[in-house]
Design a binder for this molecule. Structure first.
Ligand code: B3K
Ligand code: ZN
Length: 851
């Protein structure tokens, strides 16, 4: 297939003011009538409409049926030649038939558990009707739904309804990817919100009967999001209603359709018994994210899909700000950076690396990546740091003023910062156009006589696919200096690195300081420092910047683990083990922070670090090193851990708020370490008495690791047999904690169970995602992990290309490993590539993975 190129962008030659749609819903033969009000923009042009898997029933121009000979139909497009069109405005009416029941790709209109729902981003609308399915064509939609389902929903405001029908009107012009329709047997949790200007918005969360008592947290998060966007960005909601629908079968997390957000049920439904603290946190942030899209995505959308980060990077940045305000900012920042490194740095270092704004794609769904989303958000965080909070607010106000109602570009976005803050962003733009994570190398020089401390920075970005040479980036480096007793002798200051080599000089110091560099993770770079474990331990104990305190501990642990894993050390680093003493003594002042500090770097992170340092990672050795270090920490601090485990016990009713969740996180972090010594005793007791899913699941994980889980797993399975979201966890936890030597076997066993409904994306992701996250299991030297995984990708591809393509990223690190593993992984990728009828989605991914 031919790639689509950014350089080939051309505006659509027609305006499309209005569209009116009528749906006659039926599982097998749904009829869709569309009436488009079009007009040529600058003279005659062929009218090209997208359409896939549609059966054309009729087509009429200005009310007159068209002779089929005038149009060209392919399996992707319908074309009317310019000669057949009027010179001025005209209407085009089509009727098509589609088959929602056969739609297993879950793109367009499909059925989930008997209910009709849609997913149109990025190019799903073309599976519903013939249409210019591109984000820069924005039209007003009127929708009529005819169906005997009790609840019929679409975008905008309700107009009228009767038995078997409903009509909706969306007053705001929108691209087709924001269209949505839902029809089903649903019940609602209702509430309302009064906007800053006094309008009442009716809120509803629609779920299957029986689930309505699990929506309260999502509703609360929605109302807080609405208030936050008003107070922080001055953005009010703009319709009379806001509807959210939870569906069981969904390709991703959620979708920001105008006035009708559709969510994966796991990001809406929560009760203490069925959802973990992490689930609650995710629900809060995704509810906020989709709501925030109303302004950053819907009111201002993307000119073309290359500009995806315009809405996604910005909306992630906004949801991260929201979560930081609602919870602990430091803890949230650490969690965001952990996710960024685990997913985006990994992507940037491998064969799938691409710029935040890519320039070419075969299948756009393959570019909803950590780079576009998470790095896209980091880039905005850097901009905000460079221009300051007031400058940022001025720029955003100008953005909303200037581009409301438009489909905009990254150039437009940068221009509002240039204009509002009087700054040239030419060099900064490289963050959008060049792939790869810069390495920022720092060396220190101390001139005792002059009292002068110099930091010298050099930056370098490695070649990525298609981009052999990189320019210097603008890197905002927030830093401070600590004196020998831990006092801050130079408070936090922002250094702007713009050159390949640049230094920062600090004068008038009485003693050699310890620098704290890249505070708050002020830029998404890999910081390389020549420093000692002692200096790291010092920062871990004294840094006044909480992010860098945590970071120092993390570096300490990662360095120790790397040495152990490659046999460069024979025992766990005593400096590291000692460093946990003060942390544990002080843990109660911020339990969530302490819990993060106790969490050891994951195996994939250690493998990436070893590879980055020029070593070949051995997954089995890494697994063993991590277990050994955890045990050593537990032994050295058994008493303190055991005491904390008791003190952090919460006897009150469950609350998902940051405070109690932080205490639970610390308690369970202690449990994870103690489990290495008590052989599952505490976990057994906790599993028996646990009053919430957070504790149950942690206990279960510990029992699996100590090989004591048989009874607990059976009990859990019986208890939760009817709860899909909980059974997903049952699959996931077993895969995540399976012993590496048995992981593939375990996966095969689970895949053969009747509960393994592989066509449900959540269930499939639990098993496969669990296996690929089991680093030593997936990368087992036998190749059994790779083989099992590839078998299922091949099977799933015929059903759901999007899920398959997304999950193929499990293979993106294969070039890191030894020749034996490389050969095994390559062979599996080649086997997938050779599959007959392979989808465009997976075909593109596998080709890039093998390039
Ligand atoms: N915009 C959607 C993602 C659509 C993915 C299409 N493959 C959800 C979000 O980012 O909010
Ligand atoms: Zn988004």
């Amino acid at each position: 297939p031919q790639p689509t190129l950014l350089a080939d962008y051309r505006p659509y030659p027609f305006t499309l003011d209005h569209v009116s749609l009528t749906f006659r819903l039926a599982p097998k033969g749904t009829r869709v009538c569309a009436k488009l009000s079009l007009a040529p923009k600058d003279g005659p042009a062929d009218l090209v409409l997208d359409g896939e898997d549609l059966r054309l029933i009729s087509i009429a121009l200005d009310g007159t049926a068209l002779d089929p000979a005038t149009l060209t139909l392919t399996d992707r497009q319908l074309t009317l030649p310019a000669a057949a069109l009027p010179a001025g405005p005209f209407t085009l009416e089509t009727e098509v038939e589609i088959d929602p029941e056969a739609n297993t790709a879950l793109e367009g209109l499909y059925l989930s558990g008997g209910m009709f729902c849609t997913q149109c981003e990025a190019e799903g609308f073309r599976h519903i009707t013939y249409y210019p399915d591109r984000p820069d064509v924005m039209a007003r939609f009127d929708v009529r739904i005819e169906s005997d389902m009790p609840v019929l929903l679409s975008n905008g405001n309700p107009v009228a309804q009767g038995a078997g029908w409903a009509e909706w009107r969306d007053p705001w012009p929108k691209p087709a990817y924001l269209f949505a329709l839902v029809a089903g047997n649903l019940v609602a949790l209702r509430d309302d919100f009064i906007t800053a200007s006094g309008r009442t918005v009716d809120l509803a969360i629609w779920v299957r009967p029986g689930d309505e008592d699990r929506c309260a947290y999502a509703m609360d998060a929605l109302k807080r999001s609405m208030a936050w966007d008003e107070s922080t960005y001055g953005r009010e909601y703009d319709l009379d209603v806001f509807n959210i629908v939870a569906v069981d079968d969904f390709n991703m997390g959620a979708m920001e359709n105008k006035g009708l957000n559709i969510f994966n049920a796991k990001l809406v439904l929560a009760s203490p018994e069925t959802a973990t603290d992490t689930d609650y946190e995710r629900i809060e942030s995704v509810i906020a994210h989709e709501y925030f899209h109303n302004w950053t995505g819907n009111r201002i959308t993307c000119r073309d899909w290359f500009q995806l980060c315009l809405k996604e990077g910005l909306t992630v940045f906004r949801d991260q700000q929201f979560s930081a305000d609602e919870r602990s900012a430091a803890v949230r920042r650490i969690e965001d950076v952990l996710a960024l490194r685990a997913r985006q740095f990994r992507e940037d270092a491998g064969p799938l690396a691409h710029p935040v704004r890519p320039e070419s794609y075969v299948e756009i769904n393959n570019f909803y990546t950590a780079t576009v989303y998470e790095k896209g958000a980091e880039v905005i965080g850097m901009l905000r740091r460079l221009v300051g909070p007031e400058g940022y607010r001025r720029a955003l106000d100008l953005y909303f003023d200037r581009h409301d109602g438009q489909a905009a570009t990254i150039e437009d976005w940068l221009k509002v910062f240039e204009d509002a803050c009087d700054r040239d962003l030419t060099q900064f733009k490289r963050w959008y156009t060049e792939a790869g994570t810069p390495r920022l190398h720092v060396t220190e020089d101390w001139d005792a006589e002059a009292g002068r401390f110099t930091l010298e920075f050099t930056q370098e970005t490695a070649a990525t696919p298609g981009q052999p040479v990189k320019g210097a980036r603008v890197i905002p480096v927030e830093l401070g200096l600590l004196g020998p007793n831990g006092d801050e002798v130079q408070p936090s200051t922002l250094i702007e690195i713009t050159e390949p080599r640049q230094s920062a000089v600090f004068e008038g110091l009485s003693a050699r300081p310890v620098p704290s560099i890249l505070r708050g993770f002020s830029a998404p770079v890999i910081l390389e420092r020549e420093t000692t474990q002692a200096a790291r331990a010092f920062l871990f104990a004294h840094d006044t910047d909480p992010f860098n305190r945590w970071e120092a501990g993390r570096n300490l642990a990662r360095t120790a683990l790397m040495a152990l894993a490659r046999g460069a050390a024979t025992a766990p680093d005593p400096e590291l083990i000692a460093a946990y003493g003060p942390l544990l003594r002080d843990a109660e002042t911020d339990p969530a922070f302490a819990a993060l500090c106790l969490r050891l770097p994951g195996e994939d992170e250690i493998a990436a670090a070893l590879h980055g340092a020029g070593h070949t990672p051995d997954p089995a050795e890494i697994h063993a090193a991590r277990a050994r270090l955890a045990r050593a920490i537990a032994q050295a601090h058994e008493e303190a851990l055991a005491a904390l485990y008791i003190r952090m016990k919460d006897d009150g009713p469950y609350s998902p708020d940051a405070g109690p969740a932080g205490r639970r996180a610390l308690r369970l972090a202690c449990l994870g370490l103690l489990n290495r010594l008590d052989n599952g005793a505490r976990a057994q007791a906790l599993f028996a008495e646990a009053g919430n899913m957070t504790e149950s699941l942690s206990a279960l994980a510990c029992l699996i690791e100590t090989n004591k889980a048989a009874g607990a797993l059976a009990e859990f399975r019986d208890r939760w047999a009817g709860e899909r979201l909980v059974m997903d966890k049952w699959f996931l936890v077993q895969m995540l904690h399976a012993a590496p030597d048995r992981a593939a076997q375990e996966a095969a066993h689970l895949a053969a169970l009747p509960e393994f409904d592989w066509k449900n994306p959540n269930r499939f992701r639990s098993l496969m995602g669990g296996l690929s996250a089991n680093h030593a299991g997936f990368h087992h030297a036998s190749g059994a992990g790779y083989r099992f995984y590839a078998d299922w990708l091949i099977r799933m591809d015929a059903m759901n290309p999007q899920i398959t393509a997304r999950m193929s990223t499990a293979f993106e690190t294969w070039p890191r490993y030894d020749a034996g593993r490389q050969a095994l992984a390559r062979a599996e990728l080649q086997r997938i590539a050779a599959t007959e009828g392979l989808s465009r989605d997976t075909g593109e991914m596998v080709a890039r993975l093998l390039a």
